[in-house]
Unconditional design. Sequence first.
Length: 210
Amino acid sequence: MPDPDIAGYRYTQSGLNESHGYLLPAVFRVLDELNLPAREQRLFELGTGDGSVAYELTRCGWDVTGVDPSAEGIEQAQIAHPELKLTRGSAYDDLATEYGQFPVVLSLEVVEHVYAPRQYVRTVFDLLATGGTAIISTPFHGYWKNLALALTGSMDDHFTALWDHGHIKFWSKRTLSMLLEEAGFVSVRFELAGRIRPLAKSMIAIARKQ
């Protein structure tokens, strides 16, 4: 079962949020580049939230299965999109045994919230079929962005300790690459999204399972 603390994550709004405005165009570009035949356009979303991303993917022809540990998120998803295959669950569950394997695993703005990132990325790996692709986004941190945060006095807002169930891991390209490669992923690359590149809001890791 999901960790009770994670299960308490609250949603202040339903539907797509600001981050989806810059994340989803990048995600769809990556999905288009995969050039999967229609019968293989199956995707597992790890961290579905209120189901708004799964709904957009389904509208574009993807067969989406997904889980989220937030009781409130899944309740909102089932009310707004009862036709979607979304249930409660987390990266700490044996999801591959329960749901099988998929050509694509998508996880947007999740890895910064997890207490055990190695277990999280192992679950992503196990959910992927051989040759499958993981698409994982997280807030971007690099030298120039960190410097800008410091110079503008924005560090407390960005790295806030007052957000219940908020960000507890702050990833760079290097550390996220190390996590993925340690789990067995290859061909790790990154796309940046939101703002100009040095100050990008998020980075999207694209990695392949051999």
